[in-house]
Ligand binder design. Structure first.
Ligand SMILES: [Zn+2]
Ligand SMILES: [Zn+2]
Length: 352
């Protein structure tokens, strides 16, 4: 494929994101060039724009193209991919973590925790390697998963976050017939509720505020607790005869929530943290955790979870349609970030 240029949203400095024309990346051996169809923006992107993850090396240098929640269409295959099962025109979604493949974590399937993070063999696309807020992106073929025709490119842009919730439910070994509370009716929280419901939750309680709680009910929550009207721990205890829920999923990234989550779970229950606070410390009641044998789990990325999420969408067990509400052309990417910051959009998606 001949070299050409493409539009991309380029982070040039902190709080300085601009749409520029840059070279289309070229697929090397084993790589696939993908025409990006849709790319969602999340809180991590917003924090990266502001430089909140500078110390972490996200991005490692400027200028940088972000974007890690996306779907597209195969545009060209690099050398050596004759039997990979992908063809030009296939709809795909991409994972972001590629580990070294050789360290103990990679070899045990936990490539999201690759021990070579920070070295050249390890890449986290959209964070340490170029993202997909651009018309084209190149990825190693194993990072791509085919999307069925019944899933739109816009819904495809939600697979990344959906897969994270699949990983969370696996990490807590979610049991059918159990109860869950989700803190944070943002995209991640709403997806967690929907996937927990698909996994056999008997009851899902959402904690949040405002109009987003209406959407929580549409996504399969049985009850909501508005923390502007009631203390969230009191609310969950009220709804569970003081017992607490079996599982709590903190999808907020708010440093005050882990303590509330611990107070909302039953004795012997499990708390999963899915958000990042951007480096702000959080304090918890260690005695409560220890004496009530609560499992506290960090959830990072979505290793081996994309196929399951895609299957849940294909089968209709999870319907992401209600979550696709705010779509922008690339030229309006600044407006899309504003919608994220002002909380007017659950998930702004840039469509190409
Ligand atoms: Zn994200
Ligand atoms: Zn590794």
């Amino acid at each position: 494929m001949s070299r050409g240029t493409m539009k991309a949203a380029v982070l040039r400095g902190w709080n300085d994101l601009a749409v520029e024309s840059i070279d289309i990346p070229q697929p090397g051996p084993g790589d696939v060039l993908v025409r990006v169809r849709a790319c969602g923006l999340c809180g991590t992107d917003l924090k990266m724009v502001k430089g909140a993850f500078e110390a972490r090396g996200w991005p490692p240098s400027l200028p940088f193209v972000m974007g890690h929640e996306w779907s597209g269409e195969v545009a060209a295959l690099g050398e050596g991919l004759d039997d990979i099962g992908l063809a030009v025109g296939d709809k795909v979604v991409a994972e972001n973590h590629i580990g070294c493949g050789r360290c103990p974590m990679c070899r045990s399937g936990r490539y999201n925790l690759c021990e070579k993070a920070g070295t050249p063999g390890y890449r986290l696309y959209g964070h340490t390697a170029p993202g997909a807020l651009a018309e084209y992106a190149v990825r190693p073929a194993p990072m791509l998963h085919k999307l069925p025709d019944s899933v739109s490119p816009l819904e495809g842009a939600l697979v990344n976050q959906g897969s994270l919730t699949v990983h969370a439910l696996r990490r807590v070994a979610f049991r059918p017939g159990s109860t869950a509370a989700v803190f944070g009716p943002g995209l991640l929280g709403l997806l967690t509720a929907a996937v927990a419901r698909a996994a056999g939750a008997s009851r899902v309680i959402m904690v949040g505020r405002g109009s987003r709680l209406d959407l929580a009910e549409a996504m399969g929550c049985d009850e909501v607790v508005d923390y502007e009207k009631e203390d969230p721990v009191d609310g969950i205890r009220r709804l569970t005869a003081s017992r607490g829920v079996d599982y709590v999923f903190d999808c907020t990234g708010n440093p005050t929530v882990p303590a509330q989550a611990l107070d909302s779970v039953r004795r012997g229950g499990k708390v999963a943290l899915l958000g990042l606070t951007g480096g702000t410390p959080s304090s918890i009641d260690v005695d409560r955790l220890t004496l009530d044998e609560i499992d506290l789990l960090g959830i990072r990325s979505s290793p081996n979870a994309y196929p399951a999420m895609i299957s849940l969408m294909r089968s209709g067990a999870v319907d992401l349609g209600p979550l696709v509400t705010h779509v922008y052309p690339i030229n309006d990417v600044a407006e899309a970030f504003d919608a994220l910051e002002n909380r007017t959009a659950i998930r702004p998606i840039v469509e190409f």
